[in-house]
Design a protein around this ligand. Sequence first.
Ligand SMILES: *Cc1c(COP(=O)(O)O)cnc(C)c1O
Length: 354
Amino acid sequence: MVDTLAFPIEKTTQSRLSQVDFTNLGFGKYYSDHMFIVEYAEGKWHSPRIIPYGDLSLSPATSALHYGQAVFEGLKAYKNAEGEVLIFRPDANAQRLNASAERLAMPALPEDIFINGLQQLLTLDKDWVPAAAGHSLYIRPFMFATDAYTGVRPSETYYFIIFTCPVGVYYNKPVRVKVETEFTRAAKGGTGAAKAAGNYAASLLPATLAQKAGYDQLLWTDAKTHEYFEESGTMNVMFVIDGKLITPATSDSILKGITRDSVLKVAQKLGIPTEERAVSVKEVIDAAKNGTLQEAFGVGTAATIAPIAVIGHEGTDYTLPAVENRTIAPRIQTALDDIKTGKAADPFGWILKV
Ligand SMILES: *Cc1c(COP(=O)(O)O)cnc(C)c1O
């Protein structure tokens, strides 16, 4: 892989950094100056390079646009007090990208191309990593099929690209979620465990209908019985019942969230009992009724922890204890944030320093 470790870097002649309002970053409003690209053809990855962020030129027949061979990742980098850039668990994202790619009959990307491309990109664009508390650099790696060919078959050519966006505090307004029992996000044997673009497309209509009914997002249930929880919106989901942190065990219809894994490990370190198992809708609704449901929240890279305020089930809204009175999620969030930003030691070996 030596030829991928040193590659050409074309620097922008006009940095857009001075146009960025770092006090009002939003989420995905600004794109950093550069992007990393590597192409796949004839059975191998070639031509890795960093170039100025900008539009791509593609054939209208580009197969990803028709048949959906497209997978992506999402992770974040932070600045520590010394101004150094820390990337959170990029190796886990590189591995998951390949697990997703395999399910969609796409080629694996050697992990060193992912990590080295990302390291060099962030070295170049380190001034785009915000330093303010709660701010971060969102990193979007993705792979898609580029054959200009209208027949249905696995593409023979692909792009892998990484671009980044400085992002502000993700405002964790507690959400109202509806238990979805008609539509399905993912079924056994399907693509639910892959971070596939098409999974998101299929979730948009059910999510829009839930919003019209007054909810922020959905609590997805299993495709077969709709009796067991799977995920919340585009995040994994966790419940605190009687002091125990409970989350659905992963399966081929549940995405293996890196935040989910990190929250479980931090909780265990904090001495909070955790359980990964089937979680029935009935168990959670019963707990809401008898007052033992203390917390519920989504977990994912964008928000880390997104508290759930209300669960709507079969026409009844169950209101959870006020967010101000919750203790488990905030403890875990603080512990995790401290590791990500270098304020606390990293006992898990999660941080890659640029
Ligand atoms: C990305 C994603 C998650 C969260 O994964 P993280 O690695 O924690 O960001 C959960 N569910 C789905 C469907 C996702 O696409």
